[in-house]
Design a binder for this molecule. Structure first.
Ligand SMILES: *[C@@H]1O[C@H](CO)[C@@H](O)[C@H](O)[C@H]1NC(C)=O
Ligand SMILES: CC(=O)N[C@H]1CO[C@H](CO)[C@@H](O)[C@@H]1O
Length: 432
């Protein structure tokens, strides 16, 4: 296992954060995918085995890139999430246990800091879900369905009698010649790259199809609530009702008038929280040499279901994730994504062109800029969002200056002018 500097390790412990075995193995897997994409199936099988026997694997054979990152500077090492409740994942006690277990078993014995091992049996929950979760799940509700697949909320009854809610994503057989096995592997690798991050959907299990006829499924952590796009629509509509006020027209005629919006759709504290949550997840992915590729309000979930009434934002949908080299360039030189929320150079690519600057993980930064602009003002104005993305429009003056500045930096026309996720997290507006 990684021998982290003691200070790092104990601070991880304090925060309840584990550089999860999954995360570290994920790095190794990604490293492999980079060079040998076609051998991914074999590797994923190996990976699955390693998770099941994590303590053994962690001790005996660190994955190649885990070793490399061990020698790298702090800068390059996969950063744990910033939030103290790092391992507390939306609707996923399993992932919590996974984190706790990885932490307790990631210390080598010579440097155990006197940490008590976690109670035996905690690992068994994550292991149970990884091995049997998909077999044992019962559909509760269909969350989405398209030509490419189906997403369901599911209940999984645990051996002890409890029930865990999760999300099952099935990838349907393709008619366009694309391999659904590769798509599954792409999403598994993408989701793994954000393992352990509280503001990212977590991977609980997945199938390992040997043929195209086998089931192609992922088991993901469940986020109670809705997509950010739906949430913004809801908040916006409620606000319109408030701004649509009675007004006496000329000659005593009664009418109604809509007072123009002068405050952001998401409140300033929520906007900042959104930025921090998404940037934190992106930072973890980028540190693991993975680019999300499709950051948009449909792929961010708003957890409104916590008992504390506190809202959480969670990044999901890693199906467009692309491995990058250590410079952040996309190894395949190609990426999917959504035109409306894509970076300028990504749009050139999506339109069949070749961007002069190539494609790098900085496409994610531009998409985060557009996401924030949408959440601040442009959700009900898709034409203005589009114009903004073409540098032909701007956020209105009443949008907080810090927000406008951060959006503008993230959406810099040249990818090299955009801040990294880590730099963006240090922006003054998010820290005042
Ligand atoms: C799923 O689990 C919840 C919580 O235990 C329960 O209330 C619900 O009835 C279950 N739904 C199905 C369809 O089994
Ligand atoms: C629950 C579990 O598997 N924990 C293991 C962590 O690692 C120690 C040895 O390093 C094992 O004894 C535990 O069983």
């Amino acid at each position: 296992m990684l021998s982290l500097p003691k200070s790092t390790k104990s601070s991880l412990g304090r925060l309840g954060v584990g550089l999860g075995v999954g995360l570290v193995l994920g790095v190794g897997v990604i490293g492999f995918l980079r060079h040998r994409r076609n051998q991914a199936a074999k590797l994923l099988h190996l990976q699955q085995e390693r998770i099941v026997t994590s303590s053994v694997a962690a001790k005996s054979s660190p994955a190649p890139d885990a070793c490399a990152s061990d020698c790298a500077s702090d800068e390059a090492r996969p950063a744990p999430c910033a939030q103290p409740d790092d391992c507390v994942l939306a609707g996923s006690a399993a992932a919590l246990d996974d984190c706790a277990e990885s932490r307790s078993n990631s210390s080598d014995s010579s440097d155990s800091d006197g940490e008590a091992p976690s109670p035996s049996g905690r690992q068994s929950l994550a292991t149970f879900l990884a091995r049997l979760g998909l077999e044992r799940c019962e559909p509760v509700q269909e969350l989405g369905r398209g030509g490419f697949g189906r997403v369901q909320a599911v209940n999984i009854t645990l051996p002890g009698g409890g029930v865990i809610k999760a999300v099952r994503k099935e990838i349907f057989r393709r008619t366009d010649g694309l391999s659904r096995t590769e798509l599954l592997q792409q999403e598994v690798a993408g989701t793994r790259a954000a393992a352990g991050c509280a503001s990212a959907v977590q991977l609980l299990g997945y199938t390992e199809p040997q043929t195209d006829d086998d089931p192609h499924e992922l088991l993901l952590s469940y986020v109670p609530g809705m997509t950010l796009s739906a949430y913004l629509d809801l908040v916006h509509r409620a606000d319109v009702v408030k701004r649509f006020v009675a007004k006496k027209g000329k000659k005593g005629k009664k009418g109604k008038t809509l007072i123009p919006r002068t405050s952001t759709i998401l409140s300033t504290p929520l906007l900042k929280q959104l930025a921090i949550s998404v940037l934190t997840a992106v930072n973890v992915m980028h540190n693991n040499n993975m680019c999300h590729g499709d950051i948009k309000s449909d792929n961010v979930y708003v957890n409104t279901g916590d008992a504390d009434g506190v809202i959480h934002f969670v990044l999901g949908d890693f199906g467009s994730a692309e491995p990058t080299d250590s410079e952040g360039m996309l190894i395949s030189g190609a990426v999917g994504g959504s035109r409306a929320t894509a970076a300028p150079e990504q749009r050139v690519h999506l339109a069949g062109g070749t961007p002069a600057c190539g494609l790098s993980r900085m496409i994610d930064m531009a998409s985060v800029g557009l996401l924030l602009a949408e959440a601040a003002q442009f959700r009900p104005m898709p034409t203005r969002l589009w114009a903004y993305s073409l540098f032909e429009d701007d956020l209105d003056e009443w949008v907080p200056e810090g927000c406008r500045d951060l959006c503008a930096q993230l959406l810099a026309p040249s990818p090299s002018d955009r801040p990294s996720a880590k730099e963006a997290l240090a922006h003054w507006w998010l820290n005042e």
